[in-house]
Design a protein around this ligand. Sequence first.
Ligand SMILES: *[C@@H]1O[C@H](CO)[C@@H](O)[C@H](O)[C@H]1NC(C)=O
Ligand SMILES: *[C@@H]1O[C@H](CO)[C@@H](O)[C@H](O)[C@H]1NC(C)=O
Length: 273
Amino acid sequence: MKKIFIPALVILFLIACDACNSKTDRVNETTEAASTLPTPLAYNVINVYPHDTGSYTEGLEWHNGMLYESGGNYGSSKLAKVSLKDGKDLQRINLAKQYFGEGITVFNNKLYQLTYKENKCFVYDFATFNKLKEFDYDGEGWSLTNNGKYLIMDNGSDKLYFRDPETFKVMSIVSVYDNNGPLANLNELEYVDGFIYANIYTTPRIVKIDPSSGKVIAQADMSDLIAKYIAPYFTPEEINYNAVLNGIAYDSTGKRFFITGKLWPKLFEVKFN
Ligand SMILES: *[C@@H]1O[C@H](CO)[C@@H](O)[C@H](O)[C@H]1NC(C)=O
Ligand SMILES: *[C@@H]1O[C@H](CO)[C@@H](O)[C@H](O)[C@H]1NC(C)=O
């Protein structure tokens, strides 16, 4: 693997070529700000559904016509299959109280769930939620998605870690940046048609990232949705630090995005324009 050392920053870049079979390692030196602003993404609220206010949402996923959610906090962390219609858990396991559940993704009939500071990724059978194995990793676990080949994880920095789903080994790292430079606090991730959507933790912002470069190409400001539907249920402090936007799921069949937040009483089907 070639390495180029840039002051205080090394960016390893591996281009996974889907069209060819050989993998090519690449180093991307780009650390500056993007020269263009992200394109604003407008959105429409298509449907509003109930969401469990006891769920400290850390991961949201749509798979095979059903919604899956990972809830955090010590003592109330869970993995659940959730009814879209009434927000109730249809199938659920509670994590032992020393674990804080984080991002989830479904890959190859397995459900992967990160933990916040416990350095563990749990792997479950998708249908039964029986634990098949666990992986250890360094640092925190925030969010998880996949591109059909690699798991894609973040841990609150500006980096996306592409990991082998069989070994959990980091295969490549992509730095995310916008017109202001590196964009940290990446949280809930969702891979959609070649792009990655991410919540920026404690903000109303959802960014659309080109994973080949790390560049934020578009962004949505969900302030209006929060002000209209969510703010009435919380104090301003809760809205800013606790009951924050977190949760992006995508139904690739119905082409529907689902958005929610920690402890929110609502879950939204939205359309980005
Ligand atoms: C993020 O993950 C990388 C790779 O495992 C690790 O080296 C780094 O310390 C982690 N950072 C945080 C903030 O957890
Ligand atoms: C590195 O990032 C820049 C900036 O987005 C991009 O234009 C370029 O294609 C990337 N280089 C490689 C080798 O991926």
